[in-house]
Design a binder for this molecule. Structure first.
Ligand code: ADP
Ligand code: MG
Length: 246
């Protein structure tokens, strides 16, 4: 459900991003990316390992300001929920407390039961992170990111290191978050999961990265099935040899 034509929710123009290596040499990670996300749009960034996906995501989310270019509006003026690969839950707090802690003071005492139920976490609400599988911990981290009712949800390879069932479960909850109208920017190196979820897939080149191609997927998420995903993947792989491994 994208809002094409209207002004984007957020737009990043990254002319260049360089890191300084320990030996002092400069290393160029990004060279020329323009990435706009419409309200309600689900955008996936796909690219090879080390190409600059996380770098791009951190810049767009306002977590890294040391680059050449600009993000409009300033990400600090938007509500952005971020779920990292590492769930980053406080081990001495329950699932519910971990979610509650991100709420602004005025909303600290709000009833979290509906959100917790929506993410299938009711039976885990009183458990501690150490008792959870990685898949469940990521789901808590996703629910926590959604507790702020963000304008934009940012996910960095959320399904990595999960078994097939846990990954499929979590994909369902990410789709649920997006179906509620939240814009999503998700980084992945897995073409199939991008094709399952995204409204638009942005293919990135190896480092220093730039946009190779943008592919809009018109078929509604709920109508996509295995054969459709496989056909789209094969068509993309035929055009972009970089994607053949996926
Ligand atoms: P991706 O997420 O696509 O795997 P990253 O954006 O994490 O790639 O990294 C892009 C490149 O920048 C890689 O070569 C990585 O080693 C390097 N890099 C990332 N973060 C830093 C950093 N803080 N300092 C130096 N180099 C970095
Ligand atoms: Mg990364």
């Amino acid at each position: 459900m994208s809002d094409a034509g209207a002004s984007p929710l957020i737009e990043a123009v990254i002319r260049a991003k360089t890191y300084r290596r320990p030996d002092g040499a400069e290393m160029e990670a990004v060279r020329g990316i323009t990435l706009a996300i419409a309200r309600g749009e689900f955008v996936c960034l796909i690219g090879p390992s080390g190409c600059g996906k996380t770098t791009t995501l951190r810049i767009l989310a306002g977590l890294d300001r040391a680059f050449e270019g600009e993000v409009t509006p300033d990400p600090a003026t938007l509500s952005i929920g971020v779920a990292f690969q590492e769930p980053r839950l406080l081990p001495w707090r329950t699932v519910e407390e971990n979610i509650r802690l991100v709420l602004p003071k005025a909303r600290r005492s709000m009833d979290l039961a509906p959100l917790i139920a929506r993410f299938g976490l009711s039976v885990h609400a009183a458990r501690y992170p150490g008792e959870l599988s990685l898949g469940l911990a990521r789901r808590v981290s996703l629910a926590r990111a959604m507790a702020l009712e963000p304008d934009l949800l940012v996910l960095d390879e959320p399904f990595v290191s999960l078994d097939a069932q846990a990954a499929a479960d979590l994909r369902r909850y990410v789709a649920l978050a997006a179906d509620g109208g939240t814009s999503v920017l998700m980084v992945t190196h897995n073409v199939r999961e991008a094709l399952e979820l995204a409204d638009r897939v942005v293919l990135l080149a190896p480092r220093p990265t730039h946009v190779v191609e943008e592919v809009c997927l018109a078929l509604p998420r709920a109508m996509r099935d295995g054969p459709w995903i496989e056909a789209e993947r094969a068509a993309l792989a035929a055009r972009f040899p970089l994607l053949r491994e996926g």
